[in-house]
Ligand binder design. Sequence first.
Ligand code: FE2
Length: 202
Amino acid sequence: MINFQESICKQVAEFKPFAYKNKINNIFSWEELAYILNTPLSTEKFHATGIDCKPTDAPYEWQTTPNIISPSNIYNYAINNVCFIQDCSRVNKRINKIAHDLEWATGYSCDAHIFFSVLKNEKDTDGFGMHKDVCHNLIIQVEGKTNFTVKDEFEIVLEPGDCVFVPLGIYHQAKSLENRLSVSFPMNPQHKVKQDRFWIDF
Ligand SMILES: [Fe+2]
């Protein structure tokens, strides 16, 4: 018996744009995002669009890597900008499974990028603007609303549980309509080495 998540992943392998309403729910949460941003090692993977985010200047005594960003700087970067954290495909068991299913369906390496905006004065709501990518992308809305345009195909307001697929090279734009959280699964045809998707449970 194939579930809807697996059938969506199979449809991705046709590499044509599509969107679905309210099909993949509760894959992540604001609480999990806060946990990641408060964990020093995760901040190496944090980006705010249009900003050169600087690592913390003076390492603390037990810091194990040079590139982390302090939590107060992360907060200042995050407010009013579209932000994302890469290398998050193992952030929880559910997201790891979706990445696994996409790798299985397409044969390509898959990551999860967590996108979010926390808007206090609407400074930046459209992140990259209209653009195209070198990866295929499945985007799943987790919280809030995002206006999503796939050029020459469709425009949709993504709400929690909705998803959209954008093949590589197709122009698209995401504009936050309110505080929003989404997870994007990029698949790069140039990379076929897959992560170990084994999940440790004790
Ligand atoms: Fe994109």
